[in-house]
Design a protein around this ligand. Structure first.
Ligand SMILES: Cc1ncc(COP(=O)(O)O)c(C=O)c1O
Length: 393
């Protein structure tokens, strides 16, 4: 996309910042990090909390489970899952551990991942591997690999012992969309079950789980789908449902998946209950419009920031539909400590929140875009980044 065209697209957009609760002066370019909850969704969450404390006993006895069931069905429909395929979990981290712990491995089995895997998911795989005596096979997928290259690199890494593949839907540090619609059936044909880490997918891209049928999938509603933090969906394909044990084990465990997920002792479930309000918020903005707007803004941000620091975008991945883009920072040592230092300096001294990570010998600045952002947000970063880089050096 040319810069001019991106500017034109983005200029038509109406930033809606007041619908969120940002502090004055905060330039927020990290929606992909922890989400950002629209005010009306926070208000809906507060209504659920008020209802809960109007009569806590009645709420937990009579109102919580019907409310959760209604919210769960809305969430399942949104992701194209059959009604019994999706359970609520608090976040992708929790869903990942449920899947890994429920999967029955034998010693010597292999788990296949790629080097785009999220750090905490890698730790969960390593922990499971230690307990069960598994080997981990991590395929290297170059940053700008094409979809075909990703598929062949992953399939080439399958061995006779590979039981489970853990594949990103949209990766975190590298903001890549993996071709899961083709990769999942190809792995399954080779006898490998596939767990897709869809942390970033709900809302960011259309998701239709029943069409690409991962064995397991988990994705956050609190990143790109407007939900309060602590809301994610865990999808389990029919053949595995009897085997999945939600934890902590609580009163609904005998009901099995997915209802076993919807009771975790006494806790505040208002994030799950308010998830339909997040979906409704973006639904009214228009999912298609939201995605187009965000992709155009992220592309504009990438161009304007790259120009400011003479970054070469030639070998950056092209993900035209994603609300996240990368700018490589050649002058910053490719170490996480240096990346964190620059990120913190931008936040604390200039009020600009970004994500910066070291990955495979490079430092990558990740820009997110959401409807509250304006072109000026990226221009502000472009204005301050050269100075912050000099200070770093
Ligand atoms: C790809 C990926 N997987 C997993 C996670 C973990 O998500 P959560 O912190 O909501 O559990 C993240 C969070 O950013 C992520 O980007």
């Amino acid at each position: 996309m040319s810069l001019d065209m991106t500017v034109t697209d983005a200029a038509e957009l109406q930033p809606l910042r007041d619908l969120w609760a940002f502090e004055p002066g905060c330039v927020y370019l990290n929606q992909g990090g922890f989400g950002a909850v629209p005010r009306e969704v926070m208000a809906q969450q507060q209504r659920w909390r008020d209802q809960m404390d109007g009569n806590p006993t009645r709420f937990f006895r009579d109102e919580l489970q019907p409310g959760l069931e209604e919210a769960r069905l809305v969430a399942a429909r949104f992701l194209g899952s059959d009604p019994d395929g999706l359970g609520f979990v608090q976040n992708t981290t929790t869903g990942t551990s449920i899947v890994l712990d429920s999967f029955q491995f034998s010693p010597g089995d292999e788990v296949l991942t790629t080097d785009h895997i999220y750090g905490a998911v890698r730790l969960a795989v390593q922990a499971r591997a230690r307990r069960a005596g598994l080997a981990i096979n991590q395929a290297h997928v170059p940053l700008a690999a094409s979809a075909d290259e990703i598929i062949s690199l992953v399939l080439d890494a399958v061995t006779g012992r590979t039981r489970l593949a853990v594949i990103d839907h949209i990766s975190s540090f590298t903001a890549r969309r993996f071709p899961v619609e083709r990769l999942v059936p190809a792995l399954q044909e080779r006898g490998v079950a596939v767990f897709v880490d869809g942390a970033h997918a709900p809302g960011a891209i259309p998701v239709d789980l029943d069409s690409f049928k991962p064995d397991f999938w988990v994705g956050n509603f609190h990143k790109w789908a407007g939900a309060p933090r602590g809301s994610a969906g865990l999808y389990v394909a029919r053949r595995w449902r009897g085997q999945v044990e939600a934890f902590p084990v609580s009163w609904q465990a005998p009901l099995g998946f997915p209802r076993s997920c919807s009771h975790v002792g006494t806790t505040d479930c208002s994030a799950w209950l308010s998830t339909p309000a997040g979906l409704d918020f973006y639904g009214r903005q228009g999912w298609e419009r939201t995605r187009r707007t965000n992709a155009a803004l992220a592309a504009y941000g990438q161009q304007v920031v790259a120009e400011a620091v003479d970054a070469v975008l030639r070998d950056m991945p092209v993900e035209p539909d994603l609300p996240m883009r990368l700018v490589p920072l050649a002058g910053v040592p490719a170490e996480q400590e240096a990346a964190d230092k620059l990120r913190d300096r931008l936040a604390r001294e200039y009020g600009v929140e970004t994500a910066i990570n070291a990955w495979d010998g490079r430092t990558l600045l990740r820009l997110s875009a959401q409807l509250y952002n304006s072109m000026e947000d990226y221009e502000k970063l472009a204005a301050v980044l050269p100075g912050a880089l000099i200070d770093e050096g």
